[in-house]
Design a binder for this molecule. Structure first.
Ligand code: SER
Length: 317
């Protein structure tokens, strides 16, 4: 059967880039983008787009039947910082959207699911450096709890019902084309914008707060590669650790100064500091590298070059 893709949450930070790459890979006619918001952007204007509420099972089922969907990428979620402000809704959205898609696969209506997990599944009792694939997981945020439970359900649906669900624990994602949306790692996107527009930035995380990060191009590559890998290579059905780089606000500031020598940075940690303190500083992603050949292209240095190049060319031209 030909691949026909539905992306739920296509207008978000990851969804926007993912939609573009999936359309280029599988053909515009084979990718249906959907989101609860109909924005005036490339996702909506450059291909098929439908308004969908990720919490509406019937709406999703209808689209799947209408377009003969085989693969669903479920990107709709509330991220860590937003979820802390609205725990009940975050739990509802993050869990029930997943159940809808898992149940549609269980019913044989779709073949394959991509569902993102996060470094937020780890907590303060997890080993902080080079965090292993299998380790203590006691998340303290609503977002982390929802992602950890989601992982357990993915594994359960695979084991009990043979649902082909594939997942990655994304680190903080850095992209130029879409704003980050309510996460604890968002400062690392904002800092590039402010370096260009204001020459100064106030970080909401303290200067030595080290977190795992990744350039969006790598995250999209990983997402498409895990979905294209032969089924038997996907040995982990909860979610794969995935890593590219780790840095602190101070370190990214120093990298930015190589491009903008007058750039200044100060720190005013807020409630997100506590979230960051509960997460790993670096991740061991050996399983992803061994099982399906994951390899990152970007580190802090070449990501910074790309960020400034693209922001200046496309956003602040
Ligand atoms: N970047 C996300 C967040 O900060 C982590 O998954 O919430």
């Amino acid at each position: 059967m030909d691949t026909k893709i539905l992306i739920i949450g296509a207008c978000g930070q990851i969804g926007t880039e993912l939609t573009k790459t999936l359309r280029a890979t599988y053909g515009v006619e084979n990718v249906i983008a959907s989101d609860i918001r109909k924005l005036n952007n490339d996702v909506v204007n450059d291909g098929i787009f439908e308004v969908v509420n990720a919490l509406d099972y019937n709406q999703i089922e209808h689209l799947i039947e209408q377009y003969n969907i085989t693969d669903v990428y479920l990107m709709a979620a509330l991220l860590s910082a937003t979820a802390e402000k609205n725990p009940a809704f975050a739990w509802d959205l993050n869990m029930n959207s997943l159940f809808h898609v898992l149940n549609l696969a269980k019913a044989g209506k779709i073949q394959k699911i991509f569902w993102p997990s996060s470094i937020a599944v780890f907590g303060p009792t997890t080993p902080r450096h080079n965090t292993p694939q299998y380790t203590i997981m006691e998340p303290t945020t609503v977002y982390g709890i929802s992602k950890q439970c989601g992982e357990r359900w993915c594994e359960y649906y695979y084991a009990q019902y043979g649902v082909d669900v594939r997942s990655i624990r994304y680190p903080g994602l850095i992209s130029w084309s879409t704003e980050a949306g309510g996460g604890t790692t968002d400062y690392a996107v904002d800092i590039y914008h402010k370096a260009i527009t204001e020459g100064t930035f106030t970080s909401f995380l303290g200067k030595n707060s080290e977190l795992p990060m990744m350039y969006m191009d790598d995250a999209i590559k990983a997402t498409i590669e895990i979905m294209q890998a032969p089924k038997e290579n996907i040995k982990i059905r909860s979610s794969y650790n995935l890593a590219a780089m780790s840095f602190t606000p101070k370190q990214i500031g120093e990298e930015i100064k190589k491009h903008y020598p007058n750039f200044t940075l100060d720190y005013e940690p807020d409630f997100r500091q506590k979230i960051a303190d509960s997460w790993p500083a670096s991740i061991d992603d050996t399983s992803a590298r061994e099982d399906w050949g994951w390899k990152n292209d970007y580190d802090l240095e070449n990501m910074t070059v790309e960020m400034f190049k693209n922001l200046k060319k496309h956003i602040y031209n």
